[in-house]
Design a protein around this ligand. Structure first.
Ligand code: CP
Ligand code: NVA
Length: 308
């Protein structure tokens, strides 16, 4: 049956755990120079309405390694919802490709695409969430700390799409998630409360960054102004300056605390050079794991598509 990966919430706890195992397996095979042709003869449309380095390269390389083919499409090729409806694009694409991957602004468009498409739809980032990123990040935490489960994850900074995907993960895997941010940069609090009600994880909000990072296993940050909000950069910087990930905060954490950032970073703003490039930083491992996590997502969706 066709399934989507538009939000972490689309998959169950067990499916997420199994997918992380598959990602680990594919990474091990890759390191042995083995790339099973699991996506042989499959074609994927990759639609980008925003910039991308990691997501695009990881998907294109991953699809190639597994024997498939990727088509890169931007608004120079077609305008979704303008030249034709989202419904029509979904139906046409479903006759031509084996999956539709999209990075755009409005999350609702991706949901609509997912409802109408007869092939899997993958969210490569919207203003609301970034689920592929979090799968790679969890794989990275597993490699470094053995497991993400039970770990204290402090998300520092803007309550944005990446923060939302951490909150969604907390609704599926048991973690201790603290969102450390200012009162005017909170994440979607309905989403946050729903994740609390699900009761899988401990979720908290802190406005005291020094206190929040104490005993953290992971400190995670992201840009303060996301794509599409760059005109708010000055306002966000005023709101979040106390939440910069710098040496002062690191001195309040553990010597083993991992520093994570999805990248691209605005060096000197949400994170200092010394911390981003420091010995506790695993940001390049996160970027590398995009390849393996995203391969696993496509393989899993393809397997489901072929099951009745
Ligand atoms: N982290 C991430 O998604 O990077 P890109 O925007 O470069 O794809
Ligand atoms: N929050 C950032 C993530 C980039 C990968 C953005 O949306 O721009």
């Amino acid at each position: 049956m066709k399934r989507n990966f538009i939000s972490i919430l689309d998959w169950t706890t067990e499916e997420i755990r199994e997918n992380l195992s598959l990602a680990h397996e594919l990474k091990t095979l890759f390191q042995q120079r083995q790339n099973p042709p699991l996506l042989d003869q499959r074609s994927y449309a990759l639609i980008f309405h925003k910039n991308s380095l990691r997501t695009r390269v990881a998907f294109e390389v991953g699809i190639f390694q597994l024997g498939g083919h990727a088509i890169h499409l931007t608004e120079h090729d077609f305008t979704l919802g303008k030249r034709e409806t989202v419904h029509d694009v979904a139906k046409v694409m479903s006759r031509l490709v084996d999956g539709i991957l999209i990075r755009t602004f409005d999350h609702k468009i991706v949901v609509e695409l997912g409802e109408h498409a007869e092939v899997p739809v993958v969210n490569m980032l919207t203003d609301w969430s970034h689920p592929c990123q979090i799968m790679a990040d969890v794989l990275t935490v597993q490699e470094k700390l053995g497991t993400v489960e039970g770990k204290k994850i402090v998300y520092l900074g803007d309550g944005n799409n990446v923060a939302h995907s951490w909150i969604n993960l907390a609704a599926r895997l048991p973690i201790r998630l603290c969102i450390a941010t200012s009162k005017d940069s909170l994440p979607d609090m309905d989403l946050f409360r729903k994740a609390q009600e699900i009761g899988v994880s401990e979720l908290s909000i802190s406005h005291d960054p020094l206190e929040a990072v104490r005993e953290a296993d992971v400190i995670y940050t992201d840009v303060w102004a996301s794509m599409g909000q760059k005109d708010l950069a000055g306002v966000k910087a005023d709101q979040l300056q106390a939440f910069q990930l710098n040496q002062r905060l690191m001195d309040n954490a553990k010597p083993t605390t991992l520093v994570m950032h999805c990248l691209p970073a605005e060096r000197g703003r949400e994170i200092t050079d010394a911390v981003l490039d420091g010995s506790q930083s695993v940001v390049l491992d996160q970027a590398e794991n995009r390849l393996h996590a995203q391969k696993a997502i496509l393989v899993q969706l393809d397997r489901w598509s072929r099951q009745t």
